[in-house]
Design a protein around this ligand. Sequence first.
Ligand code: ADP
Ligand code: MG
Length: 246
Amino acid sequence: MEKEAISIKDLHVSYYGNEAIKGVSISVQPGNLVGIIGPNGAGKSTLLKAMLNLIPKDKGDIKVFGKTVKEVRKKIAYVPQRNDIDWDFPITVLDAVLLGTYPNLQLFRRPKKKEKEWALECLQRVGMEEFSKRQIGELSGGQQQRVFLARALAQKAELFYLDEPFVGVDASSEETIVTILKELCLQGKTVIVVHHDLSKANDYFNQLILLNKELISFGEVNEVIQADIIEKAYKGQFAFMKEMGV
Ligand code: ADP
Ligand code: MG
């Protein structure tokens, strides 16, 4: 059997004594495009951050390709939620993407021509090469998100974690991003995307993690999108459920 891309066992995370993640266990095989779905405050961002060792866990075990997160951190690209990024930070598009090459650079080596060419290639893939000299703060939401995807691509990661990549993003950027994520999966990469509702879950993902502090359900999209299961996660938000046609 193939080695699991991600294996999480009995994960607990809390902030100041309030549990945000309660006993979550998941295992994801390589090549999947997985959506993390759940209401506001369900712990979706917390789960991603714990999966990156960015925040401490109370309990539990996280393995990536059978190793600790620390051992394989370079192999994981992370695109944070838009409001977690300081868009006023003075950095050009090209330099932001070049940052993605840093984990693979030897210590004390600056990016050179080779890395710049690769960064431009990644920008081209997301349709942003003409904007390489712009400041990131001068881009639209969709353009910013594409640049951060380019940075993730530049990292040559095996796993891609994206937190709400479609919020504040125009339809054409959303389509570009989804197409690239699907391509990455076809190449055997594993992609985890936080998405706050069920809209397009069917089109975008092949597996879903339905979360509301606890793991409500995990599996193939059609197994998870079932009225009783969704109800459990979105307790009583019936109007929303009707809209989704569940
Ligand atoms: P989601 O991404 O699903 O909306 P979060 O993971 O951001 O949810 O948050 C889960 C819970 O943890 C929420 O109740 C939130 O208020 C709380 N929380 C998140 N980050 C912090 C923090 N840095 N300090 C204290 N509480 C936090
Ligand atoms: Mg969040």
